[in-house]
Write a protein that binds this ligand. Structure first.
Ligand code: NAP
Ligand code: ZN
Ligand code: ZN
Length: 350
C-alpha cells in the first residue's frame, strides 16, 4: 500500500498552486519516511513550475529544500533513526556506480541523478517534491541536520547553502582571498555568509544599495551597486573569485575585468538565454569562466556541519500554503528577504 499525502501542486505550467495529494511509495528496506516540516522556495522551483527551462512534468509539486523529522525507517536502514532531524536536497537517487557517483559528486551522475521533483525514478515513476507533508527517500540521499540549526532556517541550506558552499570550497575561498557575490537573493545571501565564515574578504555586487545594511550584517566587507555608472570599472583586477547567482543576462566582460590574474567567474545562477563574452577577457589574465551545480551528498553534509559550527542559517520569511503564489511573485520581483519557506503544517489535511 502506498501512502497518500497532502501536497501543493501547479496543475499546468504557470498555473496557481492547488491543494492535492500525491502517492509516496511503500518503505523499502533502505527507505526513510520523513515528516516534512518546512520547504524552501528556490528560484529554480519558479523556473520549472513556469516551464522556463523546457518541458516539465505536471501536475508539479516543487520543493528541493526539505527539512523535517524521520517518522519511520525501512528494515535495513542504518544511517537514520526515528525522530532524527533530517533534510533532502535536489536529488533523491543516482546510479551509484559511475565515476561521478563513486567520487561523491552524484549531482553529475552519468546516468542522470533522479531529481527530487519534476523528474522520474529509474523505475519511471514521477517524483514529487517538498511542498507536501511527507516524503519517502532512500537513506543515502537523506542528510543529518545538526543540533544548533532550527529546521526552518536549515531548509534553504539544502539547495541555496550547498550551491554556494561547493564552488566556494572548490575555488579555494578563504583567508587572503577576495570573493565577489553577484546578486543577493536566496543563493547570494548564503554565499556572503559562507564566504565570510570561510575567512574570505567579501564584496556584494547588487543592482542597488537597498540591501547594503543586510549584506554587511551577513558578513560583507564591501557592497557595490552595479547600476551606478562605472561601478565595475572601478573594481578592475580586484577579485580572485566571482560567484554569480543571477538568473538573468549579465555583461560578462565587465565582470571578467574585475578578476585578478588566475581569477575565476563561476555561474550558479542560470540565465535562460545564451550568454556571450570576448575570449580576450579570459586570455588577458589567464582567467576562467565556469559553472557549478549544487553539490554531492558528502559535501552537503559537510556544508550542514560547517553551518552549524559557524551558527549560519538562512534569513527566512515563513509563508502559508495559500501564500505560495504571492511568494513566487515577490521572488520574481526581487522582493525576497532572503528565502521564503513554506510551513507545511498549513497544507490542509483534506
Ligand atoms: P533569487 O532569490 O531570486 O535571487 C537572485 C538575485 O539575483 C536577486 O535577489 C537579485 O539580487 C539578482 N537579480 C535578479 N534579477 C536580476 C536581473 N534582471 N539583473 C541582475 N540581477 C538580478 O534566486 P535564487 O533562488 O537565489 O536563485 C538564483 C539563480 O540560481 C536562479 O537562476 C536559480 O535557478 C539558480 N540556481 C542554480 C543552482 C545550481 O545548482 N547551479 C541551484 C539553485 C538555484 P540583487 O537585488 O542583489 O541584484
Ligand atoms: Zn534550488
Ligand atoms: Zn552515477
Amino acid at each position: 500500500m502506498t501512502l497518500t499525502v497532502p501536497a501543493l501542486a501547479a496543475p499546468t505550467p504557470g498555473a496557481k498552486f492547488e491543494r492535492t495529494t500525491v502517492e509516496r511509495r511503500d518503505l523499502g528496506p533502505h527507505d526513510v519516511l520523513i515528516d516534512i516540516a518546512f520547504a524552501g522556495i528556490c528560484h529554480s522551483d519558479i523556473h520549472q513550475a513556469r516551464e522556463e527551462w523546457g518541458k516539465g512534468i505536471f501536475p508539479m509539486v516543487p520543493g528541493h529544500e526539505i527539512a523535517g523529522t524521520v517518522a519511520a525507517v525501512g528494515d535495513d536502514v542504518t544511517r537514520h533513526s526515528v525522530d532524527d532531524r533530517v533534510g533532502v536536497g535536489c536529488f533523491v537517487d543516482s546510479c551509484r556506480e559511475c565515476e561521478a557517483c563513486l567520487a561523491g559528486e552524484e549531482q553529475f551522475c552519468a546516468k542522470g541523478a533522479v531529481m527530487t521533483y519534476n523528474g522520474r525514478q529509474y523505475s519511471g515513476e514521477e517524483t514529487y517534491g517538498g511542498y507536501s507533508t511527507q516524503v519517502v527517500v532512500d537513506e543515502r540521499y537523506v542528510l543529518r541536520i545538526p543540533e544548533g540549526i532550527t529546521l526552518d532556517v536549515a531548509a534553504p541550506l539544502l539547495c541555496a547553502g550547498i550551491t554556494t558552499y561547493s564552488p566556494l570550497r572548490h575555488w579555494g575561498a578563504g583567508p587572503g582571498k577576495k570573493v565577489a557575490v553577484v546578486g543577493m537573493g536566496g543563493l547570494g545571501h548564503m554565499a556572503v555568509k559562507i564566504a565570510h565564515a570561510m575567512g574570505a574578504e567579501v564584496t556584494v555586487l547588487s543592482h542597488s544599495l537597498s540591501k547594503k545594511a543586510d549584506g554587511e550584517r551577513f558578513g560583507a566587507d564591501h557592497y557595490v551597486a552595479t547600476s551606478e555608472e562605472g561601478a565595475l570599472k572601478g573594481l578592475r583586477t580586484s577579485f580572485d573569485l566571482i560567484i554569480s547567482t543571477v538568473g538573468a543576462d549579465l555583461p560578462i566582460d565587465q565582470y571578467l575585468a574585475t578578476l585578478r590574474l588566475d581569477g575565476a567567474m563561476v555561474f550558479v545562477g542560470l540565465p535562460p538565454t545564451p550568454q556571450s563574452f570576448r575570449v580576450g577577457s579570459l586570455v588577458g589574465g589567464r582567467r576562467s569562466l565556469a559553472g557549478s551545480n549544487i553539490g554531492g551528498i558528502r559535501e552537503t553534509q559537510e556544508m550542514l556541519d560547517f553551518c552549524a559550527e559557524h551558527h549560519l542559517g538562512a534569513e527566512i520569511e515563513l509563508v502559508r500554503a495559500d501564500d505560495v503564489d504571492r511568494a513566487y511573485e515577490r521572488v520574481v520581483a526581487s522582493d525576497v528577504r532572503y528565502r521564503f519557506v513554506i510551513d507545511t503544517a498549513t497544507i490542509p489535511a483534506d
